[in-house]
Design a protein around this ligand. Structure first.
Ligand code: HEC
Ligand code: HEC
Ligand code: HEC
Ligand code: HEC
Ligand code: HEC
Ligand code: HEC
Length: 446
């Protein structure tokens, strides 16, 4: 029959064009890996002959060295890019493991660089193995990534652009694919009607109408009942969710007087939380550092250079440098004269976490005694460009954790004794914070 033949050919057209579309969109995805493939090769070629894993080195560098060193600029210590070419490996290993010993041994190079940097002692790193140091050196020996060069070779898109774009590119592609699909469907519909007409089939332009549907629905009382109940349930669900949020400030992220990025400090530069929030270990409050603490580093860091490997794309270098200037204005530091002017204006940080006054919470109890990581309660802070409240801070949240978390008994004579008694009483070999009294109202409420 004629009709059947037509259907088949239309089916073919549709499948053909669909597969064409798919292959087009797939190949455009495939471009990404193909384009970025040369990059690792280039990096490997530039690494020193000694070998070493530059990626592992970068992590070590950020965690141990970044507080005082940058790759391309002087900070507390010298710029480290290419040190492995300036000094020999044995010297570097000795220096990094214990620079003081090397200086006191009278090594001429060591004494010279020590004096050049006003005799600021460098931390000793006896814990780093030779392999660790090779990895760090591999990282410091990587060639500087020139943004210009990246733009000139279209094969290597700039890191930042790639990271920022990929999501929107994918979304854009999906949107285009969808749009094309819709257009194709319309066209297919058109073609079908035309063919049907050509074949003498009567396809009246039936206007689609919803009225009969609505009428049928209203007449069916059962359907009306079911859908009313459904609507009520959904409404109640959202109302409950809304009510439970009152007083809960999860994700609260106010704008601070200085745009201070935890990602840049604790993440990219690997600064330990307790360097700034030192009180968390010993007292109830973790505390916000005084601006003097900031100036320990920022006397030297007046401009934002940025780590070329980082992914912050939201803000420009000029923006960040201006934020550092705000810090200077606040403490009254004249960066050209390198001295304090005496004119200060305190920074009023907006408090984010704030339990009700009737609740008692103690940081040292959790951080030092229980050994809980900051991130367990505050989330992956080292990735926060803007600080926010990660946990709900509700009573249920505290209690749940007390039920689930075992107290750290080892190495605590006091606990070991109580543990022995209580575990007999409860007949368990682990002891949760709850069993230690972590559910008693009076422990958390004044
Ligand atoms: C507390 C700050 C500090 C830290 C942390 C630090 N350094 Fe240093 N580093 C210095 C200072 C300051 C100097 C300059 C010499 C001096 O005054 O002792 C220096 C010098 C050096 C030198 C000699 C450079 C040259 O040109 O000869 C090397 C190499 C070096 N550091 C590597 C490292 C490595 C690798 C790490 C991390 C594992 C590290 N440093 C961590 C402060 C630091
Ligand atoms: C270089 C100093 C510095 C380091 C390092 C640092 N912070 Fe902060 N932190 C601050 C400053 C300044 C603020 C106040 C501004 C803000 O909220 O962004 C703050 C705010 C906070 C707050 C919110 C306080 C409030 O108002 O409720 C938390 C939680 C926090 N830091 C946790 C951490 C954790 C966890 C780390 C380690 C991963 C860390 N911080 C590392 C300086 C630092
Ligand atoms: C241990 C060293 C250290 C301390 C302490 C420190 N900073 Fe920084 N800060 C840095 C480094 C490193 C950078 C990044 C510089 C770069 O990449 O060029 C930076 C960047 C910044 C920037 C620009 C990026 C951003 O986060 O917006 C601001 C603003 C800033 N710091 C403010 C502060 C304030 C406020 C404090 C005190 C609460 C502080 N810093 C304490 C090392 C430190
Ligand atoms: C057991 C969960 C928990 C852990 C672990 C924890 N915090 Fe907190 N943190 C809280 C709570 C709850 C608050 C709100 C306290 C309040 O309002 O009295 C808070 C508040 C803060 C604040 C702002 C107010 C203040 O107390 O000064 C900072 C800063 C902070 N935490 C940093 C840290 C750092 C840094 C660590 C890791 C050393 C850490 N916290 C570990 C739960 C925790
Ligand atoms: C991530 C888990 C965790 C969260 C969240 C948590 N706690 Fe705890 N808390 C513990 C652990 C573990 C201990 C037991 C510490 C020890 O060894 O004494 C403890 C102990 C305590 C104690 C001492 C109990 C006693 O027997 O002396 C108080 C008070 C306390 N927490 C209050 C709170 C409050 C208030 C919150 C919520 C704002 C909270 N905690 C959230 C884990 C948590
Ligand atoms: C582990 C700590 C902890 C324990 C134990 C605890 N609470 Fe709470 N409670 C809290 C916190 C935190 C809040 C604040 C919740 C908020 O702000 O949403 C709170 C809030 C409350 C509120 C105010 C209502 C509300 O949700 O804001 C009441 C009432 C209350 N608690 C009663 C009790 C009673 C009764 C007990 C003993 C059975 C008890 N609590 C045990 C931590 C605790």
């Amino acid at each position: 029959m004629k009709k059947v033949g037509n259907h088949k050919s239309i089916f073919k057209v549709v499948t053909l064009s669909l597969s064409l579309l798919l292959s087009v969109s797939l190949s455009s995805f495939a471009q990404d890996p193909a384009a970025s493939a040369p990059a690792p090769d280039a990096a490997a070629a530039a690494a020193p002959a000694a070998g070493g894993d530059a990626a592992a080195g970068k992590t070590l560098f950020n965690a141990n060295c970044a507080a005082c060193h940058k790759l391309d600029d002087k900070m507390t210590g010298p710029a480290l890019r290419g040190v492995a070419e300036r000094r020999d490996r044995a010297w570097l290993i000795k220096w990094i493991k214990d620079s003081k010993a090397l200086i006191s041994s009278g090594d001429a190079d060591a004494v010279k660089v020590f004096e050049e940097y006003n005799k600021v002692p460098m931390t000793a790193f006896p814990q780093l193995s030779d392999v660790d140091i090779d990895n760090i050196l591999a990282y410091t020996s990587q060639p500087k990534e020139e943004p210009k060069a990246a733009a000139a070779t279209p094969g290597q898109p700039g890191q930042a652009a790639e990271g920022g774009l990929s999501n929107s590119v994918v979304l854009g592609l999906l949107a285009v694919v969808l749009a094309v699909l819709v257009v194709m469907l319309l066209m297919v519909n058109n073609v079908l009607t035309k063919i049907a007409r050509a074949n003498g089939v009567d396809v009246a332009d039936k206007k689609f109408s919803v009225m009969p549907l609505v009428k049928a629905f209203v007449k069916n009382q059962f359907l009306v009942l079911v859908s009313t109940i459904l609507m009520l349930l959904i409404g109640a669900y959202f109302a409950y969710g809304y009510l439970m949020q009152i007083g809960v400030d999860q994700d609260y992220a106010p704008i601070q007087p200085i745009h201070y990025s935890h990602k840049i400090h604790a993440g990219d530069n690997g600064i330990d939380c307790k360097y700034c929030h030192s009180a968390a270990r010993t007292s109830k409050n973790a505390g916000i550092p005084s601006l003097n603490v900031c100036m320990n580093c920022h006397k030297n860091i007046s401009e934002f250079q940025g780590d070329p490997d980082s992914t912050y794309v939201e803000y420009t270098k000029e923006f960040y440098t201006a934020e550092i200037q705000k810090l200077y204005d606040a403490v009254g530091w004249d960066k050209t004269a390198q001295k304090y002017t005496g004119k200060t204006k305190p920074v009023k940080w907006v408090r984010i976490h704030n339990l009700q006054d009737f609740v008692y919470f103690n940081h040292s109890q959790h951080v030092s005694v229980a050994g809980i990581e900051c991130q367990t309660c505050h989330g992956p802070v080292e990735t926060f460009e803007v600080m926010k409240q990660h946990s709900p801070l509700t009573m249920g949240w505290c209690i749940n954790c007390h039920r689930e978390t075992n107290v750290k008994v080892e190495g605590n004579a006091y606990y070991e004794k109580i543990h022995a008694e209580l575990s007999k009483k409860y007949g368990v070999d682990k002891l949760t914070a709850a069993q230690m009294g972590g559910l008693e109202c009076g422990k958390c409420h004044y």
